[in-house]
Design a protein around this ligand. Structure first.
Ligand code: COA
Length: 167
């Protein structure tokens, strides 16, 4: 079985990240909101990484990638909008279509939960997923997230909110 690891995003990841995002663009856009077209260039990704790392330095974002044993990026996961006062953050993740169904999103989300507890001492995580995104909703449920509103009730924009209490 292939081995994978979750590690922090680095400034030197631009080429690998661009390749990952271009390869999976259509796949991601069928599940989550599309990125701006300007993102899909080396400069676009360099700027994107710079923004994420500066938010990490400011304590509001914690970005990770998942890589395989050949150090190819096969996924991404982020603790987003970390709010130290409210002790909350949002989680997000995306996995290479060719690597899906192997538990990588589950691995990544469990990692985010652990980091949220140990590094950031957070008390609550939230996630948003479209109701049609059965794979993501399964991952959230497996990791203990609960839908906030009764099944079938969507937030504005068509996404459902899921919450995990870490207390
Ligand atoms: C959703 C996504 C993150 C799942 O990643 P993954 O690595 O395949 O997830 P896992 O393997 O950990 O678990 C997925 C589970 O959902 C199941 N699943 C996937 N698609 C499904 C579907 N359409 N219907 C029912 N179950 C589904 C898988 O079989 C698996 O369950 P199992 O382990 O019991 O077999 C990935 O498909 C992805 O990146 N999609 C595009 C971006 C995205 O949607 N991000 C999440 C935004 S909320």
């Amino acid at each position: 079985m292939k081995s994978f690891r979750v590690r922090e995003l680095k400034s030197t990841d631009a080429h690998a990240l661009l390749a990952f995002e271009i390869l999976n663009r259509e796949w991601f856009e069928s599940h989550i909101d599309a990125r701006a077209p300007s993102f899909y260039s080396l400069q676009g990704v360099v700027d994107h990484i710079e923004g994420y790392l500066s938010d990490f330095a400011a304590g509001t974002w914690h970005p990770f990638v998942i890589e395989d044993s050949s150090e190819i990026i096969v996924g991404r996961a982020n603790l987003k909008s970390i709010n130290s006062a409210q002790r909350s953050a949002q989680v997000g993740y995306r996995i290479d279509q060719g690597a899906s169904g192997q538990g990588l999103a589950t691995l990544a989300l469990r990692h985010l939960i652990q980091v949220a507890q140990r590094r950031w001492q957070l008390a609550q995580l939230e996630a948003y997923a479209y109701r049609e995104n059965a794979g993501s909703i399964k991952v959230l449920g497996r990791c203990g997230f609960l839908p906030e509103q009764p099944a079938g009730v969507e937030q504005a924009g068509g996404e459902c909110r899921f919450v995990l209490s870490l207390r």
